[in-house]
Design a protein around this ligand. Structure first.
Ligand code: HEM
Length: 454
């Protein structure tokens, strides 16, 4: 018997199945998805239904857009859902043993073991370093020049992650870590066929990805060997990975250590870099909101650099980051598959079907957001707009919510405060922003901002 996910159980027309875009026999909606994934998602989101069906790459998919249903899947009935096969198929060959893909008991014990690296106290010790790195980047900028925010932020967040999690300073170096991350992004460009092919298929992007991964692996091996050989214990993520001992006395295998590091570096740097790039783009194109932010920075910090403690007094800064994550959620959808037959809003969904719960659509739903396409950080002031919890979930939810959420929010706020403390931003790239759905939600072309004196 099917379990029920639906709040009200009433299907609009359950015999006919959920509405959705017509597809071609055999290939379903794959071609229109590959041509323009953003338009495809928007089209699915435009149906007057909270469940929409589609078929991409041979998999039956259901898009869920009702916050209550998303909460049931991610939180209340999380045990009945697992990472969707589409994700296992595409990411499995990259980091099967990492936290993102692990399931069951392996996931539970490793998530518990790694959690201390992300406790509030630990994260706050990273603050000073995040600010130092951000200010060093700003030191290299001059008023009047135009900077490519997407490149600058990608480099900065990778430097910060390498230093905080692995205690390596990769500033100013051609880094194997950065190249591996870039190659993976290319491999998964959803606009290319390569996104649907496994890594062993010798497309040019795949060959490049494999070469970059091999170099990355060597770097990781050297780093692990050096740490094991030395007496140094900075108490970072790498120390935790190497010291972990489970109840049965077992430790992590070399392969698991590598998979965890790879997962953290990939999951942690591009997402935060995009958040910052979108925030800079939004501020540059909204002078009034930027003036509010500058006012807050001046009131709270004066000429001093930001601190973790000062973030508690800078609500507007937090609201700018939250609003950037609403409009441009780097993780633009979450996939799950039910392990049993379920019913959502009266529609039967078989075990093993792919559920897509797109932040990109839900975050812009006018049922929950007044003028959803507008950049209005003030909407996050307490009590301004009432909405269900899962109308906003840039970091997912439930047991598998983003382990790096606190780290990412703090980093985004501290970096933004450090940069906006020095400069005013003027539009280089102007709206509307063309977007592309890859592993993350990417701007179609680089985001540029012009720097001005404050
Ligand atoms: C703005 C930045 C970030 C965003 C938007 C983001 C978003 C997400 C989302 C939506 C998930 C849940 C995926 C799902 O349930 O299927 C997730 C999981 C995860 N994130 Fe993040 N993330 C960010 C930053 C980070 C950082 C900085 C790290 C690490 C340093 C990180 C590491 C992870 C890991 C390891 C998981 C898998 C957790 C698990 O399954 O137990 N993320 N992230």
């Amino acid at each position: 018997m099917a379990g029920s996910v639906s709040g009200d159980g009433a299907a609009e027309d359950s015999d006919a199945g959920p509405p959705g875009p017509d597809g071609w026999p055999l290939v379903g909606n794959t071609l229109s998805f590959l041509r323009d994934p953003v338009a495809f998602y928007e089209r699915c989101g435009s149906y007057d239904s909270d469940v929409v069906s589609y078929s991409v790459a041979g998999a039956d998919g259901y898009m869920l857009t009702r916050p209550e249903d998303i909460q049931r899947v991610l939180v209340d009935e999380a045990d009945d859902y697992r990472r969707a096969q589409v994700i296992q198929d595409s990411l499995g060959e990259l980091a099967e043993g990492g936290l993102f893909l692990a399931e069951g008991e392996k996931w539970r014990r490793e998530r518990t073991a790694l959690q201390p690296a992300f406790y509030r106290d630990r994260i706050e010790t990273y603050a000073e370093m995040m600010i130092r790195y951000a200010r060093a980047r700003a030191d290299a900028w001059t008023a009047g020049e135009t900077v490519t925010a997407t490149d600058e932020m990608r480099t900065l967040t990778l430097e910060i992650l390498a230093k905080t999690l692995l205690d390596v300073d990769i500033r100013g170096q051609e880094s194997d870590i950065g190249e591996a991350a870039d190659a993976i992004t290319d491999h998964f460009d959803a606009g290319s066929v390569s996104a649907l092919l496994p890594l062993w298929v010798p497309t040019p992007a795949n060959r490049r990805a494999k070469r970059a991964l091999a170099r990355f692996e060597e770097t990781i091996e050297e780093m692990v060997a050096a740490r094991r050989a030395g007496d140094d214990d900075p108490g970072d993520l790498l120390s935790i990975l190497l010291d972990v001992e489970f109840e049965d006395g077992s430790t992590l295998s070399e392969q698991d250590v590598r998979d965890h590091l790879f997962t953290f570096l990939v999951a942690g740097h591009e997402t935060t870099a995009l958040t910052l790039s979108y925030a800079l783009f939004l501020l540059a194109n909204h002078p009034d909101q930027q003036a509010r932010l500058h006012g807050e920075l001046d009131d709270v910090l004066g000429d001093d650099p930001p601190t973790a403690a000062a973030l508690f007094e800078m609500d507007y800064l937090g609201n700018v980051v939250d609003e950037a994550l609403r409009l441009y959620p780097p993780a633009y959808t979450i996939f799950r598959e039910p392990t049993r037959d379920v019913t959502v809003r009266g529609y039967d969904i078989p075990a093993g079907a792919t559920l897509s719960m797109p932040q990109y659509i839900v975050h812009r739903d006018e049922r929950w957001y007044d003028k959803p396409d507008a950049f209005r950080p003030d909407r996050w002031r307490e009590g301004r707009e009432a909405r269900p919890d899962y109308a906003y979930y840039p970091f997912g939810g439930g047991p598998r919510h983003c382990i790096g959420m606190r780290f990412a929010r703090m980093e985004a706020q501290l970096v933004l405060a450090s940069l906006a403390g020095r400069f005013a931003f003027e539009p280089g790239t102007e709206p509307p922003l063309d977007l592309s759905m890859q592993v993350t939600l990417q701007p179609e072309t680089d985001i540029e901002v012009r720097l001005a004196e404050r």
